[in-house]
Write a protein that binds this ligand. Structure first.
Ligand SMILES: *Cc1c(COP(=O)(O)O)cnc(C)c1O
Length: 424
């Protein structure tokens, strides 16, 4: 079966031929590949072509594809049942791991995706504070919940407009959007709406406008403002949990959110999300408290064992230093190749995630990220794909490395990228 043939069939059956929009390769053009299998740092399409994978399922696979320990844990569990609908011991084990490693989390509720985690965290913040407004940052992505899809214009304390048809104005109007890394805009927002703001939600390292790092003092500034006005600080660590360090970005940047959202690596490749935080806040969640949130498949035992195996292996390896060095080998190699070609670029990297922006300026928020030459990115993507290097099919996403990537993989990838660039 060919990629094209299968994609045609998919398109007749599923909107865009996909189960999630960016997979359709619309931003980069060309034909999407249809995957047949993956192992370690490699992924294969249905035509048998092999790629070095830097997409890594958009972040969850920090141990690489089909890690033997994760696969074994899943295999052992499926023989004992796929879902119980009642509490199982693995939930307790994973909750203990999360609470012991994520500094600010004292209690946790498991859900099935990152989107569910952020939606539920916001409901909890509203329920806890009795307030209605949510503040988010331009270019941050927190899943596809109505309140969080809002994409407002620039400027201070812009009241949101719907970012998508289907989100009523009345709902979008409860979300206030502020530029990332702009503390004075946030202060202004609090001066105007402070008494009605339930929470500020932030990606402590942004990964969904491409990688954008928080400026010195930005995260602490959010925490201080929320505290001063009696609202809550939510760190959406769905990408960064267990990616940047054992305790996530909050450990690295020493900030203590009231609520933390988790996902991706937490499930080690299985559908899993979670939100957690201070005990007095989490005790407001049903059935302990009045804020309702539930799930038929929540606490799913297969997801739990995949998560446990992933976290235990991560804590055993403590690979963060090595991952960062390996990632630098790749980014500095690509930087050299691009410079040699005279292509302006800015590489934002932290730990094992990074984004290449084709711009000569610094990228510190969504506006500066959008200055990247997206036509050039699309050509870059297609040339890499042709040479057997898979990267995210969008400018505004992160490349990910895993413990399965070797120095040899990086060197092979650099050779392939060099070849791809020579066809430019
Ligand atoms: C991926 C992501 C989400 C959404 O998670 P899903 O599992 O795709 O619903 C939310 N927030 C951030 C920061 C993410 O990177």
């Amino acid at each position: 079966m060919k990629n094209r043939e299968l994609f045609e069939r998919a398109r007749a059956l599923m909107p865009g031929g996909v189960s999630s929009p960016v997979r359709a390769f619309k931003a980069v053009g060309g034909e999407p590949i249809i995957v047949s299998k993956a192992q370690s740092s490699r992924i294969w399409d249905v035509e048998g072509k092999e790629y070095i994978d830097f997409l890594m399922s958009w972040g969850p696979l920090i141990l690489g594809h089909a890690h033997p320990k994760v696969v074994r844990a899943v295999h052992e569990q499926v023989l004992k049942g796929l879902s119980y609908g009642l509490t199982n011991e693995h939930e307790i084990t994973l909750a203990e791991l999360v609470v012991s490693y994520v500094p600010s989390v004292q209690m946790v509720r498991f859900v099935s995706s990152g989107t569910e985690a952020t939606m539920s965290a916001i409901r909890l913040a509203r329920g806890y504070t009795g307030r209605k407004y949510v503040v988010k940052f331009d270019g941050c992505y927190h899943g596809h919940g109505d309140s969080l899809l809002v994409n407002a214009g620039s400027g201070v304390a812009t009241l949101g407009i719907p970012g998508t048809p289907g989100v009523p104005e009345e709902i979008a109007g409860l979300t206030i959007v502020v530029p990332y890394n702009d503390l004075s805009a946030l202060e202004e927002t609090f001066r105007r709406y402070g008494e009605d703001i339930a929470c500020v939600i932030v990606e402590p390292v942004a990964g969904n406008m491409g990688v954008v790092l928080p400026r010195e003092g930005f995260l602490q500034g959010i925490k201080d403002l929320t505290q001063r006005y009696g609202s809550l600080c939510i760190c959406d660590e769905v990408i960064t949990n267990f990616r940047l360090s054992k305790g996530g970005a909050q450990e690295l940047f020493r900030v203590e959110p009231d609520i933390t959202c988790m996902g991706k690596i937490l499930g080690g490749g299985m559908p899993l999300g979670a939100y957690g935080g201070r005990r007095d806040i989490m005790e407001k969640v049903a059935p302990e408290g009045p804020v309702y949130q539930a799930g038929t498949l929540s606490g799913n035992p297969v997801s739990m064992v995949a998560g446990i195996a992933t976290l235990e292996e991560l804590f055993r390896l403590n690979p963060y230093q090595a991952l960062e060095e390996l990632t630098k080998r790749l980014t500095s190699g690509i930087g050299e190749l691009l410079t040699r070609k005279g292509i302006h670029h800015c590489i934002n990297q932290i730990g094992s995630m990074f984004t290449i922006f084709f711009t000569d300026g610094e990228v510190y928020d969504y506006e500066t990220a959008k200055r990247s030459d997206r036509e050039l990115f699309a050509r870059f993507f297609r040339a890499l794909l042709k040479e057997g290097v898979l990267i995210p099919p969008s400018q505004f996403e992160a490349w990910f490395l895993s413990t399965a990537h070797t120095e040899e993989d990086i060197d092979i990838a650099l050779e392939r990228i060099d070849r791809a660039l020579s066809s430019f």
